[in-house]
Design a protein around this ligand. Structure first.
Ligand code: FES
Length: 125
């Protein structure tokens, strides 16, 4: 996909991404929330979101919902995502590039191990 040149381009990307996402998360084991505020998008949150959706799909992981949210207020560590698994304490990760997203999915989502070096906050915001 090329560079975003206008708000219209951005809205198109958002719509197509939303179509790909299963927004219903009621029967899921957990969810990944991607902060899509202005600061997150500027830092690459769109690529991170796409990578997360692609990796989950490649690995056949269907019990994790992917949802978007507004800004977490953590501008300096964007892109940020929050991982919630069952009743466990939520974990917010920062500087989540597509490569780091893969690490988080492999370790946290699949093995249940928090990726400590990327954690910016634990618990509710
Ligand atoms: S969009 Fe304002 S702090 Fe993130």
């Amino acid at each position: 996909m090329g560079k975003i040149k206008s708000l219209e381009d951005l809205m198109k990307i958002k719509e197509s991404t939303l179509k790909d996402l299963k927004m219903r998360d009621t029967d899921k084991r957990g969810k990944i929330i991607v902060a899509m505020g202005t600061c997150g998008i500027a830092a690459g949150a769109k690529e991170t979101l796409k990578a997360i959706v692609d990796i989950l799909s490649e690995k056949g992981i269907e019990d994790i919902a992917v949802v978007q949210s507004g800004c977490f207020g953590l501008c300096d560590v964007e892109p940020t995502i929050e991982v919630r698994i069952g009743e466990n304490e939520p974990v917010i990760y920062g500087h989540v590039t597509p490569n780091q997203a893969k690490r988080i999915i492999d370790q946290h989502i699949l093995e249940g191990k928090v990726v400590s070096d990327l954690v910016v906050k634990r618990g509710e915001l």
